[in-house]
Design a protein around this ligand. Structure first.
Ligand code: 1PX
Ligand code: ADP
Ligand code: CA
Length: 569
């Protein structure tokens, strides 16, 4: 049972034209209409208790300040005369599914002292919340999505940051990779508590690369070494969605809404995330947190880049075109299954706020690292542990998170986890166009997209891909690294597999194209943290909004209109 917390302050104050009991403890600010006031308004008919009590979690209070004139005008003259002083608490209120709004409640007090006391005590509690950012570095992509990034930031986000007393240095990018390069070399990161990107998955990818590369450089880690253990980044990343797909925001918050995302930054949420590193031999290529997709999604992305002027609709047009082309690509996929993980891609255990699969991974991370290193060392001599699949594939997708987005609310791998150190490798083998359509369609409803004979899915910690044409070309001079992968025998004839005559596709890496088809990928567990908390379950959402009865167990005593209980810690 939750331990009851001492009340810090409790008063009878006016809220609109009602007398309310307002109580604060370390975790909750709650208010409910007094019995007397309720009776006066409703005769003697009994009103339900919950209908008249509300609460805000202290860690979800945005700010408290003395009420401005426009907060109080139009109010009952008698109330404002008797209670001339007022303070406003801005707090997170849940509205539609996963959507947050900043709601204001203004309490009127009879004395200036009482009003100031409330402001001071609430501010004292807020100052104890050390996870809240005070200073942010913000990058805006003015060309992402529908080109509204700048407008969205100025109209919806900046006013909230100001209200929460967060200072922000804003950079509107002037070219692709501006944010990445600035973070890599120029930015004085000591000044900031977090980095915020305003844009889509591509913009997030820039910030991710800038931060991770900078962190490794500062700590002397060579990111071109595929076996290097990367150092986690200190700064958290916030995403204000203003792109075309915004899958990283959707899959970590549950909605694509700039105000909700800004509030997650303000309250200082923290969501660890796995990051995949992709290499070509000893050349570092890119990091990915959402989708690494070869074949279908790689081709859609390549085609859509030529149609950028169409905005987000480019994906639908390119999607339809690539679907009709119906290419497939031959190659070899090798992967290291995630053996010590408690989940699997078809267990329907969705990753939600406080996910126990991710927590389990976290608590046993150190233990597992030792075991994994031992295992990998023993793997070096033979192919033990690695599975090898040779085939013709319409799509090879590695989803490190669900990749849920408005197009596909469950995502590419609905049970993938944000921070379990694994990625879900989905292999869609050569199949008929109709079958592929059925598979795609299942991404838009609740049917299981893996329940097809031509689809398989594996939860892995590492994988490699070698397209067939390269195997044929370089069979004689296979490098040592490639030999370690222990690829299965390759075909002796050289034919192209795609109907447009191309022997290979490209990888889409969080919406950016990779210029190598042969890659090695390794999951770096919890390398970064976002200003998010994962998607809240329905009941978690309700709990946050409920009024905890313990705050009101003792009525505010004595009965004087302004009684104060100021409890010692
Ligand atoms: C029949 C309808 C099928 C709909 C299938 C939808 C599956 C969507 C899965 C989306 C996974 C998204 C993973 C994230 C990718 C992003 O990183 C990345 C970049 O985002 P950014 O632009 O914000 O920077 N976005 C993307 O790569 C977009 C992928 C969108 C793929 C759309 C595919 C549409 C397929 C339409 C087939 C239609 C068949 C019609 C026959 C005439
Ligand atoms: N000022 C800029 N001019 C041109 N491209 C930019 C600029 N800033 C960022 N980019 C690039 O734009 C691409 C798409 O950005 P993103 O914000 O993800 O939008 P979208 O979701 O529409 O693709 C990314 O590759 C990013 O590197
Ligand atoms: Ca994962």
């Amino acid at each position: 049972m939750e331990k009851e917390q001492p009340r810090l302050l409790c008063s009878r104050l006016f809220l609109k034209n009602r007398l309310v009991e307002v109580a604060l403890n370390r975790s909750v600010l709650a208010w409910k209409e007094t019995e007397k006031s309720r009776r006066r308004r409703s005769g003697f008919s009994s009103l339900s208790d919950t209908a008249h009590s509300q609460a805000a979690q202290v860690y979800e209070i945005v700010a408290v300040h003395e009420a401005e004139d426009n907060d109080t005008k139009r109010k009952d003259k008698r109330v404002t005369g008797l209670y001339p002083h007022a303070f406003t608490v801005a707090y997170v209120k849940r509205t539609a599914q996963h959507q947050w709004r900043c709601s204001d409640v203004t309490f009127r007090c009879a004395s200036q002292t009482l009003c100031e006391q409330w402001i001071q005590v609430i501010n004292e509690q807020l100052s104890l919340l050390t996870n809240r950012p005070k200073s942010l570095l913000v990058y805006i992509n003015p060309y992402g999505g529908k080109r509204r990034g700048k407008h969205i930031y100025e109209q919806k986000v900046a006013p909230l940051f100001r209200r929460a007393c967060i200072s922000a240095d804003v950079i509107v990018t002037e070219r692709a990779n501006h944010a990445r390069d600035h973070l890599k070399t120029e930015a004085n990161l000591d000044k900031y508590d977090g980095v915020v990107c305003v844009g889509g998955d591509g913009m997030f990818s820039e910030v991710l690369h800038g931060l991770v590369t900078r962190t490794q450089a500062d700590r002397g880690v060579d990111q071109s070494d595929p076996d290097a253990e990367l150092v986690p980044c200190d700064l958290r990343i916030g995403i204000i969605p203003a792109g075309s797909t915004d899958c990283i925001c959707f899959a970590t918050v549950g909605t694509i809404d700039p105000v909700t995302s800004a509030l997650h930054v303000i309250v200082g949420d923290s969501q660890p995330m796995d990051v995949c590193s992709a290499h070509h031999n000893d050349t570092f290529l890119k990091y990915s947190v959402s989708l690494l997709g070869y074949g279908f999604y790689g081709d859609v992305l390549t085609d859509s880049e030529r149609k950028r002027w169409l905005g987000p609709a480019r994906y639908d047009l390119s999607g339809a075109k690539i679907f009709l082309n119906h290419n497939h690509y031959e190659g070899t996929v090798s992967f290291l299954p995630a053996e010590h993980n408690i989940g699997n891609p078809r267990d329907k255990l969705l990753c939600r706020s406080g996910c126990h699969v991710c927590l389990h991974k976290h608590s046993s991370k150190e233990k597992q690292r030792g075991m994994l290193e031992e295992k990998e060392a023993s793997d070096k001599g033979d192919s033990g542990g690695w599975s090898v699949i040779h085939g013709k594939f319409v799509a090879i997708n590695a989803a490190s998170m669900s990749c849920a987005c408005p197009r596909s609310p469950q995502g590419l791998s609905p049970s993938a986890h944000l921070a379990d150190g694994t990625t879900d490798l989905i292999l869609v083998r050569e199949c008929s166009r109709l079958d592929f359509f059925k598979h795609l369609l299942r991404h838009t409803n609740k049917d299981d997209q893996f329940d097809h004979p031509f689809v398989e899915v594996h939860r892995v910690t590492k994988f490699r891909f070698q397209p067939r044409h390269q195997q044929l070309v370089s069979l004689e001079d296979l490098s040592e690294t490639q030999k370690k992968a222990d690829f299965s025998p390759v075909c002796s004839c050289q034919t192209t597999c795609s109907s447009d005559g191309r022997a290979h596709s490209s990888w889409s890496c969080d919406g950016e194209i990779l210029h190598h088809a042969a890659i090695q990928v390794s999951v770096q567990c919890r390398l970064i943290r976002l200003f998010a908390r994962g998607i809240e379950e329905q009941q978690q959402q309700q709990q946050q909004q409920q009024q905890p009865s313990c705050v009101f167990e003792d009525p505010c005593a004595p009965r004087a209109p302004q009684s104060i209980t100021h409890c010692a810690d």
